[in-house]
Write a new protein. Structure first.
Lengths: 193, 629
């Protein structure tokens, strides 16, 4: 069993914590010792958020130090680039091709980076960068909120972990009336990479 | 009561709640504060528990003490700064003890993810002379709650439980116990004056009892299972505590570890025996050198790196940083610079490496990367007040809550913020000092109840001309919408009395009081401008429920910009609403980008509609009409 360290980043309100809960439960389902660390409170108010999920034989530190994450999943583009220093060489990076303009940009101070700039920031560290239009796919399915599940679907394919184990965990976490939507979102994500 | 549960993922806060439940806790009181809030929220849902939000931490602790005096196991929960508010009660409880177990859970926040300071609450244990337990993961958190109650009852002492952010908000596997401790029925309320009436004559007799208790606790610490030696190699021995224990295991897999589950009082013999077997001994702990100093005072030799002049301060934290959270990388880097680990990376830092404030970004990117600070939410009813306050250019004394974010650009409308309830006192201080500018204090409903009302009483009593804005959104929002005395609901969902803030303000002696709709920009502006002309204290209550409340969410209606009418004047950008973004289109004349509204974020609060000088942002009514067509 390979130890996996996931960083999940995004903007408060995007479902980052929910996705990290799924990853943590998945780690348990796969038989790993698992820890999940996050920060609540002030950062939830539209600020940057980050969750750390670690799977392994025995996990000690709840926090993944800079430069040690194997996998970065970012639900927002700017928040992907912000954590480029968090990953190790050749890490897997999964980016939701979606931007939420921070107040610092809309009020006139600073430019939002282009996709090219984001790509060039990751290029020296890793080539394993995957882009998924999570929000667009979720909107096609009728609910932008399941973009996080679309990304989890994509991740399941990249990590080559079978869909059933993931879906069991996801289904157990969502209210019955949203199960079908989440299944579809997961499948769409699986097909997107 | 029996409940079977398998091993499962629990956050530290969930585990603390579970542990309290298994320990038979029947009364719990607290005040919300990150990272402690979810302890009480989780416990409140469990059967056979009375749990409440108190107006502040001191009241919460008095309630827990009262329940324990009456004979029921009780807890009080709070964040680290809350214990400063509750400290008076902590001291008397340490003197009196109680009839049943009493545990105070105080969650520290190293690195200040959501706090105004980085205090190390273990110091209170030493100050007050009560035991302090420091869990290292969720399993510890659950188990230590049970141990804490046994300790509390065995030694007739309050016990401090001190998790940190990385314990509270980390999920790890927990094996829960099947049973809940059954408490005896309440007996007759104690009439033991010598123990419970802390007048000087009695308190003088209690002080030696407290000191003798500490001695007994120290003996207990020598043998209790909370402090555990994990023997591996003899080259390096690490005395570790709390989450730092995890970093010790990860970074030094070969080292022996003395895990101190109880950071106060320490077991001198156990530490001495451990140290005697090791070639080198170090202490690995977050924040203050709390253990390190005590170990040095025991005369035990700790490994001290030769750093020349660097590291002379702080004197007793010789290897690891005194500020900020640790993580394996920081521990490793400092161990390398102290000569404890081989230098694999090549660089050899000379001083303690403190964690970076903004982690993970290469400097070259960091400089160009726009920050994403927390901001007032779209639709926040506080926004209109800060927009006006910025225009008025008066000094603004702020307070702790969501509205502290009024200081963030572009609103930039706050000049001080220290702790809960400080705003009005600080404003009053400036006024009586003779500051020529008129001071405006800003405080939320929950903070007003917490420690604000006394300061307003002082403004009224001693007659300064401070203007206060009470931003009343009927909930404690920053910590995630906890009920408070204005909410009309209790923690456990019961119907509650709602404090009439206006009547309360009048009752303390403020004569000029007005309540306005919080979204009404003109009403706020005209009222404040009028009050700036009169020389007396005044209180404006801005009234609207937090935009995140379920009832408010039902009313969301995204507004629209009429492109032909917008000339890109940027005024609406200056209210700092995340829902207002720059359009790709520009005004032909000025070449400035037009405003655009993100329909996924906009709630339809109409603050921007009111601010727009060209009526280019539609009000709700017009949006609805447009959609009817």
């Amino acid at each position: 069993m390979k130890t996996r360290k996931f960083l999940l980043t995004g903007v408060g309100g995007q479902g980052t914590i929910l996705a990290s809960n799924v990853l943590a439960e998945l780690g348990i389902a796969l038989g790993y010792d698992t820890k999940k660390a996050e920060v609540h409170g002030m950062s939830q108010r539209g600020g940057s958020v980050v969750s750390h999920v670690s799977w392994g034989e025995q996990v000690f530190s709840p926090v993944i130090p800079d430069g040690e994450a194997d996998i970065l999943i970012s639900f927002e583009k700017l928040e992907a680039i912000r954590f480029v220093g968090g990953i190790q060489p050749d890490a897997i990076v999964l980016i939701n091709d979606y931007e939420i303009i921070p107040i610092t940009v809309s009020s006139g101070g600073g430019e939002y980076p282009s996709n090219e700039e984001i790509k060039s920031a990751f290029a020296p560290v890793t080539e394993n960068v995957y882009w998924v239009k999570g929000v667009a796919i979720a909107e096609e399915l009728g609910n932008a909120k399941v973009a996080n599940v679309v990304l989890l679907g994509a991740l399941s394919n990249i990590l080559e972990i079978d869909a059933k184990t993931w879906l069991d965990v996801i289904v157990a976490r969502v209210p019955p009336k949203f199960v079908e939507l989440n299944r579809k979102a997961f499948q769409a994500g699986r097909e997107a990479v | 009561m029996t409940e079977k549960l398998a091993k499962r993922l629990l956050s530290g806060n969930e585990a603390l709640a579970r542990g309290a439940w298994e320990a038979g806790v029947e009364v719990a009181s607290g005040y919300p504060g990150t990272p402690s809030t979810e302890i009480l929220e989780n416990l409140a849902k469990m059967p056979g528990v009375y749990a409440e939000w108190a107006p502040n931490e001191k009241v919460a602790l008095d309630v827990a003490i009262g329940a324990a005096y009456a004979g029921k196991r009780a807890i009080a929960t709070m964040k680290h700064v809350g214990v400063n508010v509750a400290a008076d009660s902590l001291f008397y409880a340490a003197s009196t003890g109680a009839e049943a177990g009493l545990v105070i859970i105080v969650a520290d926040d190293p690195s200040m993810h959501s706090s105004q300071n980085e205090q190390d609450t273990r110091n209170y244990a030493k100050f007050v002379r009560i035991p302090c337990l420091d869990p290292a993961d969720s399993q510890d958190a659950k188990d230590m709650m049970l141990a804490a109650f046994e300790l509390s009852e065995k030694f007739d002492t309050p016990v401090l439980m001190r998790p940190t952010t990385r314990i509270c908000h980390t999920d790890s596997l927990v094996e829960t116990g099947p049973d809940r401790y059954q408490q005896p029925e309440l007996g007759k309320y104690p009439r033991n004056h010598a123990k419970y009436v802390m007048v000087p004559a009695n308190a003088r007799r209690r002080h030696p009892v407290v000191e003798e208790r500490l001695e007994k606790l120290t003996r207990f610490a020598e043998t209790c299972t909370l402090n555990r030696v994990e023997m591996r190699g003899k080259k390096l021995g690490i005395i570790a505590n709390g989450v730092a224990y995890q970093y010790a295991r990860e970074v030094f897999p070969e080292a022996s570890v003395l895990k101190l589950g109880m950071s106060y009082p320490l077991p001198p013999k156990k530490i001495r025996d451990f140290a005697a077997q090791m070639d080198k001994v170090i202490v690995l702990e977050e924040l203050d050198p709390f253990i390190e100093e005590q170990v040095l005072l025991m005369g035990i030799d700790l490994y001290k790196p030769d750093r020349g002049d660097a590291g002379a301060y702080p004197h007793f934290k010789s290897i690891f940083p005194i500020t900020g959270e640790l993580d394996p990388k920081i521990v490793r880097a400092n161990a390398v610079s102290a000569g404890l680990l081989p230098n694999e990376a090549g660089a050899k830092p000379k001083t303690s490496i403190a964690p970076q404030a903004d982690k993970g970004i290469p400097l070259i990117l960091q400089e160009n990367l726009p920050n994403r600070p927390p901001v007032l939410c779209p639709g926040c009813p506080h926004r209109s007040s800060f927009y006006i306050l910025k225009k008025l250019k008066r000094p603004i004394n702020g307070d702790i809550g969501c509205y502290t974010l009024g200081f963030v650009p572009p609103l930039s409308a706050m000049d001080t913020c220290g702790c809960m309830g400080a705003s009005m006192g600080v404003a009053h201080g400036a006024a009586v000092a003779g500051d020529s500018e008129r001071h405006i204090a800003v405080i939320g409903d929950s903070t007003f109840f917490h420690t604000g009302v006394q300061a307003l009483m002082n403004v009224a009593y001693n007659g300064s001309n401070v203007i206060t804005i009470i931003m009343d959104n009927r909930i404690t929002s920053m910590t995630g919408q906890q009920e408070n005395p204005a909410s009309g609901k209790t923690l456990q969902g019961g119907v509650a009395n709602e404090v009439d803030i206006e009547a309360l303000v009048r009752a303390v002696g403020i004569k000029t009081v007005k309540r306005v709709e919080a979204y009404d920009v003109d009403a706020i502006e005209s009222t404040l401008k009028e009050w700036l002309k009169i020389d007396e204290p005044a209180v404006l209550i801005t009234d609207h429920a937090c935009a995140l409340m379920p009832e408010e969410r039902k009313k969301y209606l995204p507004l629209e910009v009429v492109e032909e009418d917008c000339n890109g004047c940027t005024l609406c950008f200056r209210i700092g609403c995340p829902a207002i973004i720059k359009s790709d289109k520009v005004d032909e004349k000025s070449q400035r980008p037009l405003a655009e509204i993100d329909p996924l974020l906009c709630t339809g609060c109409e603050i921007c509609s009111q601010v727009c000088p060209r009526d280019a942002i539609l009000f709700r009514e017009d949006v609805l009409k447009l959609r009817m067509v």
